[in-house]
Write a protein that binds this ligand. Sequence first.
Ligand code: MF3
Ligand code: CO
Ligand code: CO
Length: 265
Amino acid sequence: MNKIPVKTAEELVLMRESCQLTAAILDAVEDIIHPGISTEDINIFVHRMTTEGGAVPSPLNYKGFPKSVCTSVNDVVCHGIPSPYVILKEGDVINVDVTSYKNGFHGDSSRMYYVGGPETCSEAARKLVRTAEQAMYIGIEEVAPGKHIGDIGAAIQEFIRESGFNYGIVREYTGHGLGREFHEPPQVVHVGRKGTGDIMRAGNTFTVEPMINAGTFKCALSKVDGWTVRTADGLLSAQWEHTVLVTESGYEILTEGKRQRKKGA
Ligand code: MF3
Ligand code: CO
Ligand code: CO
């Protein structure tokens, strides 16, 4: 028997609510991303919308993280700390990673945004962002009872190899189970071999959140703040994240937003 918690129908009612609040916040963030705003402006917005939704922002004070959301610009892979000194400019790409905690459950999701619109970003940046989004959905397609957690990473790795970014799948940071805890079993790696890892069961909830780097997969952790993760070579990184539920017949994406395109484009 695996160690992945199984949520009851009653628990899932509550968890869907946390996940849907997270999705609504990410939908709303789309309207505030403009050249000239700071990542602290995003933090203030997310913090307010989270608390107005009756939730607590999970990142705030999590292992000492000082803000309510992660904002990761360009070569920042993940865990970027919002700052009034980081001002967004045309052509930047940013990942906003929101986790809401409500009624005892967490909902975790992140998306990429083009600052100033996609037309202001390089073709290379757009390709990386789209590929990372497709990689997430290709991983999610593997989710079903009886399948292995390793099937997710295997599918992502094969897709990324074909797309030409093979050396760029981040290894050091992974998806994770979540529910009553922000991070619980299983670990969801974004590379790997089919048929390895725990077997999924209906009621398991976890994230799929591949980080794809334009160059090397290797990352460097900031010695200054102890959180910010950058690509080791300074090239771009992109990430998308959903919280998913294993259902009797396959999967349900719990953090799908009303304004979010399905399946990536
Ligand atoms: N939301 C991130 C994840 O996807 C975790 C952020 S931890 C924090 O797992 F402390 F940086 F907020
Ligand atoms: Co997240
Ligand atoms: Co996560």
